[in-house]
Each structure stands twice: as structure tokens, then as C-alpha cells.
Design a protein around this ligand. Structure first.
Ligand SMILES: Nc1ncnc2c1ncn2[C@@H]1O[C@H](COP(=O)(O)OP(=O)(O)OP(=O)(O)O)[C@@H](O)[C@H]1O
Length: 248
């Protein structure tokens, strides 16, 4: 990856400050309320360039809301967010972010190549998508309908779609939910490949084994609050988790 590809020349939040250049995400006191409910309540953390950063927590913990604020889809009620040195709600920053779709997001009859063209066009095609399909083992599936793909192939397509704009930061949400063990292992290998390419990945998951296997550090959310943040090993994640978030 070259240095700051596509970095906006007139970043509204100003340039990186000194060492912040390696910081891809910086949030401080992030708060988002829905009516009287604090879905995210004063969360602070930073993600470095090249990290695979996990966000775990049970249903309703605030994971999706946090990611929606980080990708500029929701405006926080309080707190400070910097993504890739700027405000994620601005087109210049959003153009540098890749977001993986949820499973039901594509029509069964849409062909793989059509989906890639659609996404590439929406992003102004910063890179030709044929090479991406090749890279993610889907070159011979370009004319296949989405509905005919295996679970592993769908996941590879979702990752390829998330990379169509050559993003500097990728958000992956529940990437192995509903996959069989083989497709799950295959998907884990994809995340490791993203990391090896120098990408920064935020991985939202319910699966502690997955987070422990893939993530450099993990944030544990409970009731909208950050209750732990460390490497999976330092947290002793699997044994600490239920103490931290309580049982269902
Ligand atoms: N659009 C909304 N309007 C009102 N409440 C919402 C909205 N979105 C989320 N919430 C509530 O905010 C809280 C946090 O939800 P969020 O989806 O961020 O959690 P999550 O950790 O991603 O959960 P899940 O694992 O189920 O996706 C929950 O109590 C949820 O019901």
C-alpha cells in the first residue's frame, strides 16, 4: 500500500498530527442515544494502521451503532470521532472506507460481475474489479448468479465488494455467521490476507474463538459501554467474557 493513497487534499478536520498518522480510528467519549436509551455510552478507543481490531458484545451491546458512527451513517450525540484523519461523514473519508454487506443484501438473481460493476460505478471505480475477483478466487464465477454461490463464495464476494474502492479501512460484521466450518476457516484466511496486505480491519463478531484467532486487540462492549480493551491473550478473552458482559 502506498502512503496515504487518495488522502483528501482538503481534509476538513485537518491533517494528521505527528504520531497520529499511524492512527486510523480515534474515538473519544462516543455517545449515541435513541430516545432515552444510550446505545453507545462514552466509548473511547483508537485503532492503529494495520491492526485487525475486534468489537465483541452480546446482542444490543452497541456494536452496530458504534460501527454506524465510525462509517458516517449515524451522527453521534456526543464525543469525538476521527477516521483516517477526518470526519467519517464526509465523502472524502467515506470514499476510503470499505463496508461488508450483510448476507441478505444482494438479490439472488444478480450476477457476480453485475454486483461488482454496480459497486465499482458507485465508487467511481478506483480499481478494476476483474483483478479483485481473480484475487479472491471468483474469476470463473463472474457470470454466476449470487443465489448459486456457496457460503464461502458469497463471503469472498462480499469482501471483494468491500474492497472495490481500494479502501484503507475495512469494516467486517459477523462474517462467519451461518457458515459451515470449512467456509468459516476459509473466511478467516481472507481476513488474515487482508491484514497481510497492510489493510486495517474492524471485525464485529459474536464469536469469541474467531476474535481470539484473528484480532490484534479487542474491545468488549456491554450495555453501550466499553468494559475491556486489550489483546485477546491479555484479556484471556474466552474466560473473561462472561464475567465482563454477564450471561444471557
Ligand atoms: N434505530 C434504532 N432505534 C432505536 N433503538 C435502536 C436503534 N438501533 C439500535 N437500537 C438499540 O440500541 C441498542 C444497541 O444496538 P446495536 O444494534 O448497536 O447493538 P449490537 O451490539 O450491534 O447488537 P446485535 O449484536 O444484535 O447487532 C439496542 O438496545 C438496540 O435495541
Amino acid at each position: 500500500m502506498d502512503d496515504e493513497p487518495g488522502h483528501p487534499p482538503h481534509d476538513p478536520a485537518g491533517p494528521f498530527r505527528g504520531d497520529d498518522r499511524r492512527m486510523v480510528i480515534e474515538i473519544s467519549g462516543l455517545t449515541k442515544r435513541y430516545g432515552g436509551l444510550s446505545a453507545v455510552d462514552g466509548v473511547s478507543f483508537a485503532v492503529d494502521r494495520g491492526e485487525v481490531f475486534g468489537i465483541v458484545g452480546r446482542n444490543g451491546a452497541g456494536k452496530t451503532t458504534t460501527v454506524e458512527c465510525l462509517t458516517g451513517l449515524r451522527a453521534p450525540d456526543a464525543g469525538r470521532i476521527r477516521v483516517l484523519g477526518g470526519d467519517p461523514a464526509t465523502p472524502a473519508v467515506r470514499a476510503r472506507i470499505g463496508v461488508q454487506l450483510q448476507q441478505a443484501a444482494l438479490p439472488d438473481r444478480m450476477r457476480v460481475g453485475e454486483a461488482m460493476t454496480l459497486f465499482a460505478t458507485a465508487y467511481g471505480r478506483r480499481r478494476p474489479w476483474q483483478g479483485l475477483l481473480d484475487e479472491w478466487g471468483l474469476a470463473d464465477r463472474a457470470r454466476a448468479a449470487f443465489g448459486s454461490l456457496s457460503g464461502g463464495q458469497r463471503q469472498r464476494l462480499f469482501i471483494a465488494l468491500a474492497l472495490v474502492n481500494d479502501p484503507d479501512l475495512v469494516f467486517l460484521d459477523e462474517i462467519t455467521a451461518g457458515l459451515d466450518p470449512e467456509a468459516r476457516q476459509e473466511t478467516w484466511a481472507l481476513v488474515r490476507r487482508l491484514r497481510a496486505r497492510g489493510g486495517t480491519v474492524v471485525l464485529v463478531s459474536h464469536d469469541l474463538a474467531e476474535v481470539a484467532a484473528l484480532c490484534d486487540r479487542v474491545a468488549v462492549l456491554a450495555g453501550g459501554r466499553l468494559v475491556a480493551l486489550d489483546t485477546p491473550a491479555a484479556l484471556d478473552l474466552e474466560s473473561a467474557y462472561f464475567t465482563l458482559v454477564g450471561r444471557e
